[in-house]
Design a protein around this ligand. Structure first.
Ligand code: DX5
Length: 234
């Protein structure tokens, strides 16, 4: 097993489907369910046609969590917001390559602020966009839906790009997590894991799972591990 990959598949919920009137309780529930991190989908109503969490909302939820927070910034000007979300308690900040004129510098600034850096690619954006910033990033997110809303259908044509990113990361020898986000369920996770993803964002499927979130987390983690093409996988 490559020592540059997480030791097991990571399951990270999006809180988009949560009851926003009870975010502290919702965060505690997710931690009790055994999630590895929690993702906050930050939307500015311009980069995507939806509006969600400001840094103060995330800061209010932070004391209720025993796991790390990641901010997925679906915003047109992430450079102006990086510090606010790090201060709010996000240990990982993900920006969209499509929103960054100087992506190499933006990723470096995230690290300078003391957080881990991530770059997200919309379904249409080719993997080569990140070829020259691998040294600056700790995570690459391949969107498997067009961002903006939960509950959308998984786009399987992104899987070849996931596989290409997997090869790029492995060839680099760098410790970079490969994350997918959008339409992840107990069936779609198989293809994403087989393509080489390490980290799986789930929102609507996890929240709707009839046996509860802990069972949903375990099911996704098991299926991802069974389908992950890791040499020497446990
Ligand atoms: C899209 C969001 C969603 C969310 C996951 O902008 O990023 O992908 O996190 O939503 P589901 O799991 O419901 O597709």
């Amino acid at each position: 097993m490559s020592e540059t990959r997480p030791s097991r598949p990571l399951i990270v919920p999006s809180v988009l489907p949560a009851d926003f009137a009870r975010l502290g309780d919702e965060v505690r529930d997710l931690c009790e369910a055994g999630v590895d991190r929690i993702q906050w989908d930050v939307m500015d109503g311009v980069f995507v046609p939806n509006l969600t969490f400001g840094p103060d909302v995330i800061a209010a939820a932070r004391p209720h969590s025993s796991v790390g927070f990641e901010a997925h910034l679906m915003v047109v000007n992430p450079d102006e917001l990086l510090g606010r979300y790090v201060e709010a308690g996000c240990e990982l900040v993900i920006v969209h390559a499509e929103a960054c004129t100087h992506l190499h510098r933006t990723l470096g600034r995230i690290r300078d602020l003391g957080a881990r850096s991530g770059v997200s690619l919309n379904p249409h954006t080719p993997a080569d966009v990140v070829a020259h910033v691998l040294s600056e990033t700790d995570l690459i997110l391949a969107m498997t839906v067009n961002p903006g809303f939960g509950g959308q259908a998984y786009i399987p044509s992104v899987e070849p790009k996931v596989a290409q990113l997997r090869r790029m990361i492995d060839d680099s020898g760098l410790s970079i997590e490969l994350e997918v986000d959008g339409g992840i369920t107990d069936s779609t996770i198989q293809g994403a894991a087989a393509a080489g993803a390490d980290v799986f964002i789930s929102g609507s499927w996890m929240y709707a799972y009839p046996d509860g979130k802990a069972a949903a987390v375990e099911k996704l983690r098991t299926i991802a591990a069974e389908n992950s093409p890791r040499e020497g996988a446990a």
